[in-house]
Design a protein around this ligand. Structure first.
Ligand code: SF4
Ligand code: SF4
Length: 366
């Protein structure tokens, strides 16, 4: 379950009794939100805290006194005096049966962690409820779309559980509406307009559908290439270097190799969102053409490698020569739009104090 933060705020409307504990609740809070806030662990599959609750998977059911059937806690608003039980034998049995049924429909239940941020959610719940027992057998749903030729997203709907998190994140978070649901029951299918490949749809390849998919039906094609590389997957929290927004990312590495990027769901600037560059454009890190040492241009136009001290000295000598010959306004500084405030400040100081010119600009200004 993707959880971001405690959203309890606003007017207190009353209190509920949840597993014998009296808890106040706020306007608009659901049973699920109150339970999370009071540290109860209710399992979910179709839930993503960033999205409107949907109530499709029913794994989050709870008992409410006075209501005959269990209710989906993610879509049921709390009301004053409610008495709720989140973990009775009956409820746990319902959850296990639901998971057994879900498992019976999918081809693969063991998904590599490189598939996506939430890709382990179904497998983890199946283990928790010991639901990989093959109790239900029969037709499997899904229409794999593995031949979609886009370079980033593997669409294997044989592993889809129709939670619609992908469709909802694309619409609600990204605003792209690139994918939607068609047909019903076993014929349910996630599709693009006219069933085209993603490249011929409104998709911006932000990767959000991949990262929220709880089953690996949507898989990060680039990251999964590293599944057979030796070593554990390590995540290192960092900040995307592509622009000044400061999206938080987890860089996935195996050994010395960067193998993928996942958005940080708790990143204050992006809350799990990334653009195509932040999500997929990391190949430059290991590209053989990447400069790893400073180069100094020779009189014949060729470059030779140098140490930093020598290269910086050569640059400073060059600047001085130009200033002496053509005056202080002969140098013009353009700061990168990718630079943070501190670097931009240093840049203008360098130009103003170092060269005595106000000829400065920023590449973001157009
Ligand atoms: S592809 Fe994944 S996220 Fe989309 S509906 Fe299927 S299981 Fe859910
Ligand atoms: S990559 Fe982004 S835009 Fe494309 S289908 Fe997924 S969520 Fe929608």
């Amino acid at each position: 379950m993707i959880a971001l933060k405690d959203k309890s705020s606003g007017t207190i409307l009353g209190s509920v009794t949840i597993d014998d504990q009296l808890v106040e609740f706020h306007e608009g809070e659901t049973i699920y939100q109150i339970a999370e806030r009071s540290r109860r662990n209710i399992p979910t599959l179709c839930y993503d805290d960033r999205l409107e609750a949907f109530g499709a998977c029913r794994v989050c059911v709870v008992e409410v006194e006075g209501i005959r059937n269990p209710v989906a806690s993610c879509t049921t608003l709390a009301s004053d005096g409610m008495v709720i039980r989140t973990k009775t034998d009956t409820i746990e049995k319902y959850r296990k049966t639901l998971l057994e049924m879900v498992a019976s429909e999918n081809r693969d239940l063991d998904i590599n962690e490189l598939a996506g941020y939430a890709s382990q959610e179904l497998g983890t719940l199946l283990d928790l409820y010991q639901a990989r027992n093959g109790r239900f057998k029969g037709k499997q749903s899904g229409h794999s779309n593995q031949d979609d030729k886009n370079p980033f997203i593997l669409r294997d709907y044989d592993n889809c559980i129709s939670c619609y998190r992908c469709v909802r994140v694309c619409a609600e978070q990204e605003g792209d509406h690139a994918i939607n649901v068609m047909n019903r029951g076993f014929e349910t299918q996630i599709t693009t307009e006219f069933g085209n490949d993603l490249r011929d749809s409104q998709c911006t390849f932000c990767g959000q559908c991949v990262q929220t998919c709880p089953t690996g039906a949507l898989t990060d094609k680039k990251a999964i290439r590293a599944k057979d590389l030796d070593g554990e997957v390590h995540k290192t929290r960092s900040v995307c270097p592509y622009c000044g927004v400061g999206c938080a990312v987890d860089i996935l590495t195996k050994g010395e190799r960067v193998v993928g990027i996942q958005p940080a769901m708790d990143g204050p600037a992006n809350e799990g969102a990334l653009c195509i560059k932040g999500q997929y454009a990391f190949d430059f890190v290991h590209h053989p053409d990447r400069l790893t040492k400073p180069l100094i241009r020779q009189p014949d136009g060729s470059f030779r490698e140098a140490e930093w001290e020598e290269a910086l000295q050569a640059a400073a000598d060059g600047f001085k020569k130009v200033r002496q010959k053509h005056g202080r306004h002969s140098v013009y500084g353009i700061a990168s739009g990718r630079a943070p405030h501190e670097a931009a400040y240093t840049m203008q100081k360098f130009m103003r104090a170092g060269f005595g010119t106000n000829y400065i600009d920023n590449c973001s200004r157009s």
